[in-house]
Ligand binder design. Sequence first.
Ligand code: RBF
Ligand code: MG
Length: 382
Amino acid sequence: MSVASSLKKLVSGVILDLDGTLLNTDALVGGVMNVFLVKYGKQWDGREVHKILGKTHIEASAVVVQEYGLPCSTEEFMSEITPMFSEQWCKVKALPGASRLIKHLSDHKVPMALASNSSKANIDAKIKFHQGWKESFSVIIGGDEVRAGKPSPDIFLEAANRLNIEPSHCLVIEDSVPGVTGGKAAGMQVVAVPSIPKQSDLFTAADDLINSLLDLHPEKWGLPPFEDWIEGTLPIEPWHIGGPVIKGYGRGSKVLGIPTANLSTEGYSDLLSQYPSGVYFGWAGLSTRGIYKMAMSVGWNPYFNNNEKTIEPWLLHEFKDDFYGEDLRLVIVGYIRPEANFSTLESLIAKIHEDGRVAEKALDLPLYSKYKDDPFLRSSSL
Ligand code: RBF
Ligand code: MG
């Protein structure tokens, strides 16, 4: 990279979007919409979600009223739906990596603004449930405080102005197309972290595209790097999943030489939707055999472009026979990398083997090895 283009990247402040970037508000939309639309004999099918992401409340409401041919005005719709959403704010979860990012920037005294198309009152109502968030932002701006919401650059320019930082020295982090458009129009550096999968072609205007906040590397922008990566792995709050081993796509052993013990995602789609796709690792328990190291992919396997988000654990052990139907218990303790596409099968296989070695080594660290004794690995639901 030339000196000029690397210098251009140095930023001194960060402007964050809220819904879909820091908070998993999208998970609520379906639930609320369904309850509402049933009254009109309609059903929310989620297909419009991409049309409302990143919009102001009034714009999003207009889309729904129109798409569903509702016999009410946008204003009537809003006055009914707003309290239904408000009741849910206490349940909205932080997206993976959100609190970590806010704490990191705040610890390093990087000036931070929160800029959302939501109203200021709504922003306050949502973030009060997340410890340490409000205090970390020196600027919080709602869509009702500027002339035009995103994709207009207004809200970003106002944030930069209040931060007292040149727009070109601001880094915007955004999940939606209107947000990315607004940030670029403001002359800022923009990282897109899309909340809808498989839509990366919509984000070509962004300076960088990442899969989740776990993949943000602040040093790329001249900001202090995260210090919690250890030997190529990121410790995460452990999560548990288990069930009978099912036959996967049948490619694992046949094509790749990497036999994955696929888990049925039945009953787990809610849990899986909370975790970014990517390569993780941890411990695997098979009720009748023992406990093994494990590396796994969660997601759509870009190389094979699956339609469904799957979970494909690879037990790092040579088994003499198959164990379909056996109860498999997983404790996932760390993250390695986002899923990637590869130009050749060989390069995919090489990368997966590298993941296996990274996991194998990391799991000997006390930080991760202690989870080998997690009782969940030995319990059985069968
Ligand atoms: N598939 C991809 O398309 N891209 C990946 O980056 C990728 N990484 C993987 C990492 C691990 C540790 C494992 C076990 C699998 C990974 N896979 C990936 C999935 C692999 O393609 C899948 O298991 C086979 O397609 C078998 O269905
Ligand atoms: Mg957003």
